[in-house]
Design a binder for this molecule. Structure first.
Ligand code: GYE
Length: 318
C-alpha cells in the first residue's frame, strides 16, 4: 500500500516535470543592435543588457555595426535558434519585409525598439517601443523659433547634420524641424548632409560646411549630440566660438551634451531616452505569454536648454 502511493506520487511528479521545466525555463530574447555609433547607443545597449540580467531573460545580442545585412543575418540566426522573441533596432526603415515574413512563418514574435520600419503588412511586428522622432525635430525647431523671435531683424542661416541616411530618426527629425521653421522666412537651411550619427563624421562634414562657407552660418542643427560634439571641435579649429558665433541645437541629451552646454559650447539638447531595457523585458514577457500589447509605446522626454545644464547634470543617468 505504502509502496503504491509512493509510486503514484513519483509517477505524477515525473509527468509534471516537462510542464514545470517549461514554466521555469528562462525566456530567450534575440536582440540585434544597430551598432555602437553614439553615446546614446552605448547607453541603450547597457540598459538592455542590465535589464535582461535583472529580469532573468537569456539575451542573445549582436552588434550590426550600422549595416542592415548584418541585422538580417542576426535575425535569421535567431530564427534558426528558435528563440522565444526577437527584438531589433532597425538601422534603416525599409527592406525588412522578407526577413520579418520568415520570423512570422516560424511563429516568432518580433518587437521593434527605438527605430521604426516601413513594411506593407504591420502584423509583421507585434509592437514598437521608442521615441517620437518627429516631435523631437519639432522641439528643436520651436527652440530656434523662440531664439529667432529675440533677434527680430536678423535672418538665420542654418546648416543641418543629418543622422544615418534612410534611418527613422534622420527622416523624422528632419521632417519635424522643417515643419516648424517653414513658416518663418528668416530661417533658411543652407546646407544639409549626413554625419552618420558619429562624432568623427559630424566633425568632418562640419569642416566641409565651414570651408564652403559662401554665406554666414548662424545655426547648426545636429540630429544627435555626438555629431554636434564633433562639429564643436571643427568650429573651434576654424577659429570660431561654438554656442556663440554659431548657435547649436541637437538631440539625445547625453552626458557629453550637458558637459558641452555647461562649457557654453552647445545651446540646447532635446531629450531622447535610451533606457528602454526594463520596458523591453516586460514587453517581451507579455508578448511571449500572448498577452495583448500596445502597437506603439512612446517614451516621455523633455527639452534642456544650456541655462539648466549645470543643475541637471548630476541627475543625468546617461
Ligand atoms: O539619437 C543617435 C543614435 O535611433 C534614437 O541613434 C536613436 C539614434 C540616436 O545613434 O544618437
Amino acid at each position: 500500500m505504502k509502496f503504491r502511493i509512493a509510486r503514484r506520487t513519483l509517477l505524477a511528479a515525473a509527468l509534471s516535470l516537462p510542464a514545470l521545466a517549461a514554466v521555469a525555463a528562462p525566456l530567450v530574447l534575440g536582440f540585434s543592435q544597430v551598432g555602437a555609433e553614439s553615446e546614446w547607443r552605448s547607453a541603450n545597449t547597457a540598459s538592455i543588457k542590465a535589464a535582461a540580467k535583472e529580469a532573468g531573460v537569456t539575451l542573445k545580442f549582436a552588434d550590426a555595426q550600422q549595416k542592415q545585412e548584418n541585422q538580417v543575418k542576426a535575425i535569421r540566426s535567431y530564427i534558426a535558434q528558435k528563440v522565444d522573441v526577437i527584438a531589433f533596432s532597425p538601422v534603416v526603415e525599409s527592406g525588412w519585409d522578407t526577413v520579418l515574413k520568415e520570423a512570422k512563418a516560424a511563429g516568432i514574435p518580433v518587437i521593434l525598439t527605438d527605430r521604426a520600419v516601413k513594411v506593407a503588412d504591420p502584423s509583421l511586428y507585434v509592437s514598437f517601443i521608442g521615441s517620437d522622432f518627429v516631435e523631437e525635430g519639432r522641439r528643436a525647431g520651436r527652440w530656434l523659433l523662440e531664439r529667432a523671435a529675440k533677434t527680430p531683424n536678423a535672418s538665420l542661416n542654418i546648416v543641418e547634420l543629418q543622422g544615418t541616411v534612410g534611418s527613422a530618426p534622420a527622416l523624422d527629425r528632419k521632417k519635424g524641424f522643417e515643419e516648424v521653421i517653414k513658416g518663418n522666412p528668416k530661417l533658411q537651411i543652407i546646407r544639409s548632409q549626413s554625419g552618420e550619427f558619429t562624432r568623427a563624421k559630424g566633425k568632418e562634414v562640419m569642416e566641409a560646411f565651414l570651408k564652403a562657407r559662401d554665406k554666414k552660418i548662424d545655426v547648426l542643427y545636429a540630429h544627435n549630440d555626438d555629431m554636434a560634439i564633433g562639429a564643436i571641435q571643427a568650429i573651434e579649429e576654424a577659429g570660431l566660438k561654438p554656442g556663440v558665433d554659431i548657435a547649436i541645437v541637437s538631440i539625445d541629451g547625453v552626458r557629453g551634451a550637458f558637459e558641452a552646454m555647461k562649457a557654453g559650447k552647445l545651446n540646447v539638447t532635446v531629450e531622447c531616452n535610451p533606457l528602454l531595457g526594463p520596458q523591453l523585458m516586460q514587453l517581451a514577457r507579455d508578448v511571449a505569454a500572448k498577452k495583448p500589447v500596445e502597437k506603439r509605446i512612446t517614451v516621455n522626454e523633455g527639452v534642456f536648454p544650456a541655462e539648466v545644464a549645470a543643475k541637471e547634470l548630476p541627475n543625468r543617468k546617461y
